[in-house]
Ligand binder design. Structure first.
Ligand SMILES: [Fe+2]
Ligand SMILES: [Fe+2]
Length: 153
């Protein structure tokens, strides 16, 4: 007999995954424009603001996933996903640390300093990629562990 997640909890997780996806894609877009414009200070400040907003969203979202227990419940429903679940949970502090590092690196020094701005671009791209992969893996886990239809998530 399969456990069931409450529909409202599942809805909240889905909604948050969509919001995080949008925030990450907007950041990728803002980063591309910043590079094209040659790192004006206003664009760097915009990146910092977006990163700070993303950090706030993720802090709440990760706490909800950890306390609300969808990952725990996935394991009790389907113990074969224990390793995958534990790996996903360990990624939370890692992703938050990377986002915070990117906030700290979003300074005016990036302007006209390609020895800083080039690695910044690469790091931010990699961080956003890791975040999007994380959320994609969670959606796949939810689907497998709770036998959800592919269009449910
Ligand atoms: Fe997560
Ligand atoms: Fe998530």
């Amino acid at each position: 007999m399969l456990n069931q997640l409450s529909p409202s909890y599942l809805e909240a997780i889905k909604r948050e995954h969509r919001t995080i996806g949008e925030q990450a894609h907007q950041l990728e877009k803002a980063l591309r424009e910043t590079v094209l414009q040659g790192w004006p200070a206003s664009s760097i400040h915009d990146l910092a603001t977006r990163l700070t907003a993303l950090e706030r969203t993720l802090r709440k979202h990760f706490a909800k996933e950890e306390d609300g227990g969808f990952l725990d419940e996935a394991v009790s429903t389907a113990p074969q996903y224990r390793a995958e679940t534990s790996r996903l949970l360990h990624e939370h502090p890692e992703i938050l640390a990377r986002i915070r590092e990117m906030i700290a690196r979003s300074t005016d020094e990036l302007t006209a300093n390609s020895s800083l701005s080039f690695p910044f671009t690469k790091s931010l791209e990699a961080t956003l990629r890791q975040l999007l992969m994380h959320e994609t893996h969670e959606n796949a886990l939810l689907q497998k562990a709770f036998n959800l239809d592919s269009d449910t998530i």
